[in-house]
Design a protein around this ligand. Structure first.
Ligand SMILES: O=C(O)CCC(=O)C(=O)O
Ligand SMILES: [Fe+2]
Length: 511
């Protein structure tokens, strides 16, 4: 966010704020962030549950109406709605419903009386990777792909699986079988998966022991590029773990309905990596549409918390903002306990970490050996058209309020927008007494004013792009302008405009 006024002189060289003291790892137990009930719920139900609480008069929860300065909750997401179906056992099987008949069918395929407690289908959505073992009818098996290296499913891995890859599964008698994927198998296969499954359903230990057993036998495994690895190498980056769940009372037909959503792999999306400057990397087309939609939906569930931030001097930002995990006070410029108990969703924590990790492979965004533990997602919404805001954008600034030796992971969803940046603040901003924190390189370059080293550069951030800045670029001077209406992906259900999520580690006090 824009820098605060400070008396610190820009003539001081290599002035770095002391890294904030790291707090003990927060309890990330999965509570409903609903401001009233705080019921312990599996993570993947949280979103639905909150909506249930917010929408249903049956819960008896009385929410104060949105303050007048907040974003009308209907305006963030359209035309999609969340539908909630609670079954007899009180578990919620819910799904998003839009005009798409497929998703409507999906909802209808969960009769209210059905007990979904043990069914992974209750957790699945369009983002899930499914491989059915091909059997149909009662008790068919559902195999979900995972990656043994980082314990999340990556699209690129799913891609590796497509031709001739080995996979293992547990058959209905409980025996492990190893098989090979082929295009003729009729497998339903979609990239992206297990991260959206309740972790408590993962049988990680089981698979670990299974892998061990395989390697004992010295089973040879083949990857798509034809390289053959001995069995023990299966724990390597390209190896895959298969998660298997018994699917009860679900027919193959119903499974296939879950898989009609368009899925693209990183390869199909043409994901690219560009190092903009040391410590600043652009991961283009990095997020699948499904993750993007999930981000939209998550913020939609907290749409009533979006506010227009104001500065201490009464100036107003030209955007709507809210935060998961912590709140950010635009007047004091401090992070504090999350507003109305809105916790940082575990899946966002995982996503933020993973993206920082992806960036770190290309340029140092945090010190080797340290651990990025995001605890806040700041969400900016720049509507394409908003009479109250006028021209939307965010003025040039350095992210100082959460400054530490951890990166900022910025994710764009929706319409494209211009992002401008400079190595350090322009001279005009320095003269106005704005705090400047410079490293040695910046100090050297800024002696003679805005040299070529500090020229403004622009990039267009499109939906699914990820920008990570840390390390040498943690204090890059940056801002946004010019939303380009109509540029968001056609399949993304979102109001015109751009959502920006920044995952940060602010080590702020929790509630
Ligand atoms: O919207 C963006 O891409 C930038 C957001 C930003 O710089 C901030 O929230 O500090
Ligand atoms: Fe920023």
């Amino acid at each position: 966010m824009p820098p605060k006024q400070s008396s610190i002189s820009h003539s001081r060289q290599s002035v770095l704020l002391p890294a904030k003291k790291k707090q003990k790892n927060q309890d990330r137990s999965r509570f409903c962030p609903c401001p009233v009930c705080h019921v312990s719920f599996p993570t993947y139900f949280i979103h639905e549950h909150v909506n249930l609480c917010l929408d249903s008069p049956a819960t008896g929860h009385n929410f104060p109406s949105s303050p007048s300065s907040s974003l009308p909750s209907s305006s963030l997401l359209n035309p999609q709605k969340l539908h909630l179906i609670s079954n007899d056992s009180g578990r919620i099987c819910s799904n998003m419903v839009d005009e798409d008949s497929v998703s409507r069918e999906r909802v209808e395929s969960f009769p209210a009386e059905q007990d979904c407690t043990n069914s992974p289908l209750a957790f699945l959505n369009s983002t899930t990777t499914l491989i059915s073992n091909g059997s149909s009818g009662e008790n068919s098996e559902l195999c979900v792909l995972g990656n043994s290296a980082d314990e999340t499913v990556r699209e690129r891995d799913a891609k590796i699986l497509q031709d001739g890859a080995f996979y293992s599964y547990q058959n209905t008698e409980g025996c492990h079988q190893t098989n090979r994927l082929s295009s003729e198998s009729g497998f339903i296969q979609n990239p992206k998966a297990a991260e959206f499954l309740a972790p408590e359903l993962w049988q990680r230990d089981h698979f670990n022991s299974h892998r061990m057993a395989d390697s004992d036998k010295g089973i040879e495994r083949e990857t798509q590029n034809g390289v053959t690895y001995p069995g023990e190498d299966i724990s390597g980056e390209r190896s895959l773990v298969l998660q298997i769940f018994q699917v009860q009372r679900q027919s193959q037909a119903k499974l296939s309905m879950l898989c009609k959503f368009p899925m693209t792999s990183a390869m199909e999306r043409k994901s690219t990596v560009t190092i903009l400057q040391p410590g600043m990397v652009l991961l283009r087309s990095w997020l699948s549409l499904d993750i993007q939609q999930r981000l939209v939906n998550e913020s939609q569930s907290a749409a009533h918390l979006f506010k227009r931030p104001t500065t201490a001097s009464g100036g107003k930002y030209h955007l709507w903002q809210m935060a998961f995990g912590c709140s950010w006070d635009s007047k004091t410029r401090r992070y504090a306990a999350p507003e109305r108990g809105l916790r940082f969703p575990v899946w966002m924590y995982d996503l933020g970490r993973e993206l920082a990790f992806d960036a770190q492979k290309h340029t140092p965004v945090y010190a080797q050996g340290s651990n990025f533990e995001p605890d806040v997602a700041l969400v900016n919404f720049y509507p394409a058209k908003d009479e109250e805001l006028g021209v939307v954008g965010l003025g040039g600034h350095q992210d100082l309020d959460d400054y530490c030796d951890m990166p900022v992971v910025s994710v764009s969803v929706g319409d494209s927008m211009t992002f401008f940046y400079r190595r350090f603040p322009p001279q005009s901003r320095r003269k106005s007494g704005v705090q400047i924190i410079v490293d040695e390189y910046a100090a050297q370059c800024c002696k003679d004013g805005d040299t070529a080293h500090n020229s403004e550069k622009k990039i267009i951030l499109a939906s699914g792009d990820v920008l990570v800045f840390g390390g040498e670029s943690r204090l890059v001077y940056h801002g946004t302008r010019c939303v380009q209406p109509g540029t968001r992906p056609p399949g993304l259900h979102m109001a015109p405009g751009r959502l920006n999520f920044t995952f940060r580690q602010c080590n702020a006090p929790m509630a």
